[in-house]
Design a protein around this ligand. Structure first.
Ligand code: SME
Length: 166
């Protein structure tokens, strides 16, 4: 059973370490890719506060296609190079956007989203997709959270064979 212990008393870094530990526990106890990435989105949703969407998009036939997520139903497909997600793929870089309304070409799947962080999934130099997290609050994501979300994706990369997803 998944339990969140004393999370309300943790500072930001403790929460991030706790999130990494929960992912490590998930990945080392299950081999199924879909189960692992589904629970990865649930771990983020349970631990990171003030967010309204967290999930994956995977590159299939040169387009980003929606994967497991938490939140309201979202855009099914995003073109590479479009929006924050498509930009993360082209630039192969984390996009931490304080105000999505100011991001040229931002795709509003949920009108409540005000800030966003997108981490590209890159393994052996191949981009497989992105992890996207949205918040209803402006400038929600800190540099420290970015650092740990990159670690989160690094850990997924160690365990998940993205070729079994795409
Ligand atoms: N806002 C994203 C689209 C995905 S949804 O927010 C879930 C973007 O501009 O890429």
């Amino acid at each position: 059973m998944f339990q969140l212990k004393g999370i309300e008393k943790m500072n930001e870094e403790q929460k991030m370490k706790y999130m990494i530990n929960k992912l490590q526990a998930q990945l080392s106890s299950e081999e199924d890719e879909l189960a692992n990435i589904s629970n990865a989105t649930a771990i983020i949703d349970a631990i990171i506060d003030r967010i309204n969407w967290a999930g994956f998009y995977f590159i299939k036939n040169d387009e980003l296609v929606l994967g497991p997520f938490q939140g309201l139903p979202a855009c099914n497909r995003i073109q590479i190079g479009k929006g924050v997600c498509g930009t993360a793929v082209v630039e192969r870089k984390v996009q931490r956007i304080a105000d999505v309304c100011k991001f040229p070409g931002h795709i509003a799947c949920d009108a409540a989203s005000k800030s966003e962080i997108v981490i590209p999934l890159i393994k052996d130099d191949i981009v497989y997709g992105v992890l996207d997290i949205d918040s209803p609050q402006f400038d929600r994501f800190s540099e420290l959270e970015e650092k740990y979300l990159v670690k989160f994706v690094d850990l997924l990369n160690e365990y998940v064979d993205w070729n079994r997803i795409i």
